[in-house]
Write a protein that binds this ligand. Sequence first.
Ligand SMILES: C[S@@+](CC[C@H](N)C(=O)[O-])C[C@H]1O[C@@H](n2cnc3c(N)ncnc32)[C@H](O)[C@@H]1O
Length: 326
Amino acid sequence: MSVPCVRVPREDGEATRERLADDDLVDEAYEITVEEGSLFIPVTDPDAVPTEYAIVHRGVPSRETQTMPADLLGFDPSYERLGEIVILDEDDPERAQAIAEAVMTADLPVKTVLSRASKVKGEQRVREWDVLAGDGTETVHREHGCEFAVDLADVYFSPRLATERHRVVEQVSEGEHAFDMFAGVGPFVIPFAKRGATAVGVDVNPDAIEYLRENARRNGVEDPVTAIESDVREVAPEYAGWADRIVMNLPHSADEFLDTAVELAGDDTVIHYYDITHEDDLYGPGEQAVREAAGEEYAVDVKTRRTVRSYAPHEYNVVLDVRLRR
Ligand SMILES: C[S@@+](CC[C@H](N)C(=O)[O-])C[C@H]1O[C@@H](n2cnc3c(N)ncnc32)[C@H](O)[C@@H]1O
């Protein structure tokens, strides 16, 4: 069926769609279509459309299914979702911009499209971002039945670790004492508490601790969760011998904190130790570092050796689940 549409260059598509939508002019009964660099936005009243826009009449499909970015682009882009934020993994800036606009135009509940502008850096492991479309870096992410409010401009958070976190969470039992030495906004601490653990999360980043407290409230686990803004080395004496389970997700420098982990460990404790290692020896360096820190005091038993993800050419993010028995 022939329908009046505004025709704009594809790069102006999202701005035009927003402007027309503000005036209630977008005809939701029909699909937005793309052809040869132009986007065709169906409109309800062509006479009310600002005169700067070209109106054409063309056959467009009725809107029966959701329009996805791939429908607009002609290829399937790769991206991650974090709540209402989409994170692109795209080196070519022009292609990234086209994907960002398609993501915003598609029927997805997205408010911002971001691209990584730096590596995670500094003590707080926060990254810089380029905002490609929309605005705002704060969102609420849902993962395995928990909600996490997070602002990517202020705190570390990676949706890619969801499967790994879930693997660890499933080991937690009711009543245990769980201590996350580098807790961030609480993606370990919150589900631990939901499984009945008493959980302590420490972080040097004040924003992370603020979100961790908010996330404890959101998920109904304020009572079993204690959030502490501090360098974990300063908090450890207060919790000496307390922990049944310890999470150390600070790859690159977790080995510097193994003495602190041993100070926190009780008579029988599992440590989840994350590391970045070379493919030639994925687990050796971490295993040796844990054994040295445990010394004569503990029997050390490596329960799991696992590669979490590829990190860089020839380098991997790995985890060891290590049981220490006094
Ligand atoms: C890689 S992030 C992990 C956050 C969280 N566990 C997660 O998986 O999303 C490491 C966190 O450790 C915190 N951190 C770094 N050094 C610390 C220290 N000495 N004491 C406590 N927290 C620290 C950073 O601020 C950052 O939030």
